[in-house]
Design a protein around this ligand. Structure first.
Ligand SMILES: [Zn+2]
Length: 59
């Protein structure tokens, strides 16, 4: 896993007009309320990456 995959997930999994996730419907034909678990996963990973980089810069 790397930053690019998280960016790709966040780019596809966006909120639709009806409040459902567009990416889940397009990729998996699945209705999921936005934010779906993949957005949660990507944002939490991004936060962790940013925190790690911050700590590495401090060191
Ligand atoms: Zn989704």
């Amino acid at each position: 896993m790397n930053d690019g995959q998280e960016q790709a997930i966040l780019a596809v999994h966006v909120r639709g007009l009806d409040g459902m996730c567009v990416g889940c419907r397009a990729w998996w034909s699945r209705l999921a309320p936005y934010p779906c678990w993949q957005v949660d996963w990507a944002t939490s990973r991004q936060a962790r990456t940013i925190t790690t980089r911050f700590l590495e810069n401090v060191r």
